[in-house]
Design a protein around this ligand. Sequence first.
Ligand code: SF4
Ligand code: MG
Length: 330
Amino acid sequence: MSLLSVRDLTVKFAMRSQTVTALHQISFDLARGERLGIVGESGAGKSITGFALMKLLSAPGYIDSGTIQFDGTDITQAPEAQMRQIRGNRIAMVFQDPMVTLNPVLTIGQQMVETLRAHRKLSRRDAQEIALTKLREVQIAAPELRLKQYPHELSGGMRQRIIIAMALLLDPDLIIADEPTTALDVTIQADIMELLLKLCQANKVGLILITHDLGVVSQLTERTLVMYAGRIVEAGKTREIINDPQHPYTQGLINALPQQTLPGQMLKQIPGAMPVLTDIPPGCPFSPRCAFALAECRRLLPQIMQQGSSEVACHEVNRLHSDLLLEEGR
Ligand code: SF4
Ligand code: MG
């Protein structure tokens, strides 16, 4: 059985003059200990998906329909008291900016001990011992000293290590990491990503990694969802998505990766920009930016369909595959 099973999740935002749909019937599964990447440009609906899974959407956003089964509980129906137990204890979140998660007026030790004691019956001393163990796990220099320091006394990289230690504090089943290293230097980013991967593997923790960076997804995850304008446009094994992307948007993301560019060449960015929620084009939302767009693409929304071992939402891909099947049938 899946640890997490999301079905037809639809999130809307009630604005003053209209209600817009930010997530359109998203469905996916995550096995225990599995690592899943959610990738796409800014505005694709990745972070909204993360917040919806934690039931942390803030107004005017709300879950309109669909289910989120987490280990047998439908989170969409869970009362807030139950959600507080699930958050931290079962599902932990790591955000881009550690300052959002860390309390500036408490020492690292105080926050870790408080979090532990809010969820577990522990003496202060035992809680401190666990906090120290977790700091050692994230390989932070001088862990004893860190317990006594305030967040502003630490570097960005150290703060992010502490956030990861805090995410692991209550031995969750799943970590949702939203652009966990975007605010850091490139060299520190790689270290933190490697650490996250190692810790998830060692503790058999599932990971949902939300990022705009397909390079990071390819290093850390086993499966990938590619999102565009609030929809999943391609889903499958990460290796296959990287090596043989089907959807024109995924192909564009891969061509824009720095390692695809020869020295002296410009990065091949996808022309145009992600549409805003209030102005999604009819038919395929990617059609204004797509080099393969046909007349039907501007009229008809492509449905997500199984194509080999991946799922893809694209008329052109569907056509190519049905042609192939016809040829094979001959
Ligand atoms: Fe491009 Fe058409 Fe496929 Fe959309 S459906 S990605 S416009 S080919
Ligand atoms: Mg985001």
